[in-house]
Design a protein around this ligand. Structure first.
Ligand code: AMP
Length: 216
């Protein structure tokens, strides 16, 4: 199964992609995660990307296309992938189409994780990762026991540097202007599916798997 996850920052793309990866063994390909790895590794490219990410702006289309082209030719993606956070501009959507055509592996669907804008802010400002397990948590929505489980084991609840209010509102603006047009791009190709992504992680996962059931 080859799918793209579309949706604003905080719509739950990463969480649901990780769930599906665990369930079906399909790799999650997240340009955001790959860029953060480059930043953490301190490569020259990573340091350049850091300023852009911290400002909530988009890294250039050429750079992310390079990262994606390399990733999608690795053997673990041969039977499918979940693209999370790519494409994010119309140029990237065209580039992806061209790349997949050349590989002979077209997309099965683009799934839009649809959430009201006012809910996104709480999801993003409350988002934390447990430093011990990498588990994604939220100080507003996760059960207190899950938050305590991390801190009682000596872990820290880490906030992404770009999850502060100023950067978040810029990321949401960038999404509206540059990424939302992709909804029509995939609708025109007949490959758009919309999932109501407002609800608990389990509720949304059920709707998500229902939406992709005809593809498997
Ligand atoms: P994410 O984890 O998907 O929210 O991505 C975090 C940040 O990485 C974004 O705010 C951008 O700065 C950068 N980024 C991730 N994916 C892309 C992409 N497809 N195109 C451009 N920049 C990206």
């Amino acid at each position: 199964m080859r799918i793209v996850l579309l949706g604003a920052p905080g719509s739950g793309k990463g969480t649901q992609a990780k769930n599906l990866m665990a369930d079906r063994n399909i790799p999650q390909v997240s340009t955001g995660d790959m860029l953060r790895e480059a930043v953490a590794a301190g490569t020259r490219f990573g340091l350049q990307a850091k300023a852009t990410i911290d400002a909530g702006e988009l890294v250039s289309d050429d750079i992310v296309l390079g990262i994606i082209s390399e990733r999608l030719t690795q053997p673990d993606t041969a039977d499918g992938f979940i693209l999370d956070g790519f494409p994010r501009t119309l140029q990237q959507a065209h580039d992806l189409e061209e790349l997949l055509d050349s590989l002979g592996t077209p997309l099965d669907a683009a799934i839009l994780m649809n959430v009201d804008f006012d809910i996104l802010m709480k999801r993003l400002t409350g988002r934390r990762t447990c430093s011990l397990t990498g588990k994604l948590l939220n100080v507003y929505f996760s059960p207190q026991e899950e938050l305590d489980e991390c801190t009682n084991a000596g872990g820290e609840l880490i906030q992404r540097e770009d999850d502060n209010e100023e950067t978040i509102s810029n990321r949401l603006d960038v999404y509206r202007k540059q990424t939302e047009p992709l909804i029509d791009f995939y609708r025109d190709r007949g490959s758009l599916k919309i999932v109501d992504a407002d609800g608990t992680i389990d509720e949304v996962y059920e709707r998500f798997t229902d939406a992709i059931a005809p593809l498997s």
